[in-house]
Each structure stands twice: as C-alpha cells, then as structure tokens.
Design a protein around this ligand. Structure first.
Ligand code: F6R
Length: 357
C-alpha cells in the first residue's frame, strides 16, 4: 500500500535506505562480515569470464556491477542487453558464468538467453527481487534483492538493491580469492543508507531543479564519465519513461563526436561528477556545452564540488557513488513528470514486467 504517498514511485524512492540496511542484514555473518552462499562464490571464482545479461534499468545496474567484479574480484565481465545477446551471441570463454539481473525475474528477453545458455550447459546465477520467479527457478543459483514489492513501473529501489547485492557478491568473491577491499563494505553500505536518508529529505531542492531545468524542455542530456556515465544512462531512462522528455545519457568525451550538434540555447545538461580521476575532464565537457548555450546542472560529490554546482552529494566511497548519485536523478524525474501532468506510476506504453520478446 502506498499509505500517505501520492505515488508508489515516491514511496519506493524513500524506501531505499531501509532496503540497503535490510540487504546488509540478510547478507551479514554473525561476526559482522558479509557472506554469500559458498556454491555461488565457487561458481564465480572458478569462472574465467562473467556474462551479465539484463534489460533496461537492470542492464544499467549490470554496467556498474561490472566495475565491482572486475575491480575487486579481478574477473573479466561483459554486460549484455538480453534482447541483443540472444541472436548475436559473442564468442564465449572456456568457463563462463552467466549472471541474470532482473527485478521481476520474468523478463522474456532475459529468459530467452537463459534457455539458450542452459542448452549449452553453462551455469547461471539470477539476481532478482522475486523468489520463485521464472529466472530464479531456471537458474542454478539465486541471490535475492530483498527490496520488497516494486509497484511503480519505473524501477528505483530495485536498481539500488541490485547495486548493493552486486557489491556484496564482488566483495565476497574477492575475499574468497584472498583479495581484500581497501574499505569495509558493511560500513560503507551503512554510510550510503544514511546518505540516502539525507537525500530523501531534500525533496524541495530536487523539485526546484526539476522546475528550473525540465518543466518545459523538449530534451535533456545526462553526461558523466566512468561510473557517472552509467548513472547518467539510468537518469535518462527514468526521465524519458515517466516524463516523456527525450533524454539521453552520454559519456562526456563522446559528445563532441556528434551529439553536441543538438545543443541549443537552454538545452538542459545534467552533469555528474563523483569521480576524482575524471572530475576535470567532465568539467571540461560542461564548459564545451555551455559555450554552445546549454543550461548546466552539475551534481557533484562533496570534496569535488565547485562554486556553480547545482547540488552536492554527501561524500561516500567513490566506487559506490552510483548508489547515492542515482537518488537525486530519480527524484528530479519524479518531479518533472509530476509537473508535466504525467501518470507517474503507470507511464504510457509500458508494463511493469515485459513478458514478451
Ligand atoms: C525501467 C524499467 C525497465 C526494467 C526492464 C527490466 O524503470 O523498469 O527498464 O528495468 O524492463 O526488468 P526486470 O529487471 O524485471 O528484468
């Protein structure tokens, strides 16, 4: 039930801190560490390459998950859009492991790939919010998101839950290989939940950004580099699916290879800067679009902020920044859709789970 909330989407955005804390509880050991079923970790650590298969928002979570797994567990990862993979299968490695990411566990495009790779005799792990879902039943292993039912068509809490579960999987796999992280993931996820609480308390600010940048625009761009680019893809998907504003996520450096031609006076550019190693280059990209008349909205992380930034995120461990950086983008999309009179929870032409290929 949505209780006092006007929309499920807003309720589900607000639930994110609770979901992150719940995930930590569910994957926690008695001595405060994190744990994942041994058979799953064995499957991860005995594979020579991981293939993540997903659609939409879950695909965007997979892009960030690749960074966790490659960075910490040092296993190569490919992330594929399910509907592309099924008819254009890449050359597989000798010992592949497939990870299906799906909130519903019912996405037909992902299931088609699962059927194909099972026929080839490969192992599969499903990361899903729905126990007993098709993708969970048909895979060898399941990790649950524990996000509670997600009713709004636009996925919010499932995305951050997917990132949290992927981070735990990557960290435990890394530990299993004797590679320890440079930080305490349990503690960092707690800090993230607190940061999400802070952001969920700043709705007026998000609404003001939506009003300022998105109430009448025809289009909008989200730019970032490294993981900020992946969060930008998710921000753009949220905005287009519920507000019907044409929105695109771009890698900052790629703009000048064509897309910059679309920049006009007043075109909103939402730029993310949460990563120190690309901070200067993304700010350079912002200058390039501002010189062509764009209206920049820079969202940075504390420690990297500059005077003209529109919003500053609380400081958190850089690799985990997507869990926090996505929250303002979800809220900005919500308010943009609301202001434009859209049906936030049930956008046109979309279904919550896509059970046709
Ligand atoms: C976006 C959205 C969709 C789903 C996609 C995959 O907000 O909801 O893009 O993410 O249809 O769905 P699942 O995760 O259920 O496989």
């Amino acid at each position: 039930e949505k209780g006092t909330y006007p929309h499920y989407m807003l309720k589900e955005i607000d639930e994110q801190p609770v979901v992150i804390r719940r995930i930590v509880e569910k994957y926690r050991t008695e001595n405060g560490g994190l744990t994942v079923d041994k058979e799953i970790i064995d499957a991860v650590n005995s594979s020579d390459r991981i293939y993540i298969i997903a659609a939409g928002t879950s695909y965007h979570a997979g892009l960030v998950g690749k960074q966790f797994i490659e960075g910490w567990a040092k296993i190569p990862v490919e992330v594929h859009i399910a509907s592309e993979f099924s008819y254009n299968m890449p050359l597989l490695s000798a010992k592949p492991l497939f990870i299906f990411i799906s909130q519903s566990g019912e996405t037909a495009d992902s299931r088609a790939v699962l059927v194909q790779i099972k026929e080839l005799g490969h192992k599969a792990l499903t990361i899903t919010n729905v126990p007993g879902s098709t993708l969970s039943r048909e895979a060898d292993f399941t990790m649950l998101l524990h996000a509670g039912p997600e009713i709004a068509v636009a996925s919010t809490k499932a995305y951050t839950a997917q990132l949290a579960v992927l981070s735990i999987l990557a960290a435990v796999a890394a530990n299993g290989k004797g590679q320890s992280l440079e930080f305490d993931l349990t503690k960092e996820l707690g800090i993230i939940a607190n940061a999400m609480d802070v952001l969920c308390g700043q709705k007026e600010e998000m609404e003001a950004i939506a009003t300022e940048y998105l109430s009448t625009t025809r289009n909008a761009f989200f730019i970032g580099r490294s993981v900020d680019y992946y969060v930008g893809l998710e921000g753009a998907l949220k905005l287009k699916e519920i507000s019907y504003i044409q929105a695109e996520g771009f890698a900052g450096g790629e703009l000048k290879h064509g897309t910059i031609a679309l920049i006009e006076n007043g075109t909103p550019i939402i730029a993310l800067s949460t990563q120190e190693h690309v901070n200067l280059s993304i700010r350079g990209n912002v200058k390039e679009v501002v010189a062509r008349g764009a209206n920049p909205c820079i969202i940075s992380m504390k420690g990297l902020e500059e005077e003209d930034d529109r919003f500053v995120l609380p400081s958190i461990q850089a690799e985990l920044a997507p869990l926090v950086a996505v929250v303002p983008l979800q809220l900005i999309s919500y308010y943009a859709a609301l202001h434009r009179g859209c049906d936030v929870d049930k956008p046109r032409n979309l279904a919550k789970s896509v059970t046709v290929e």
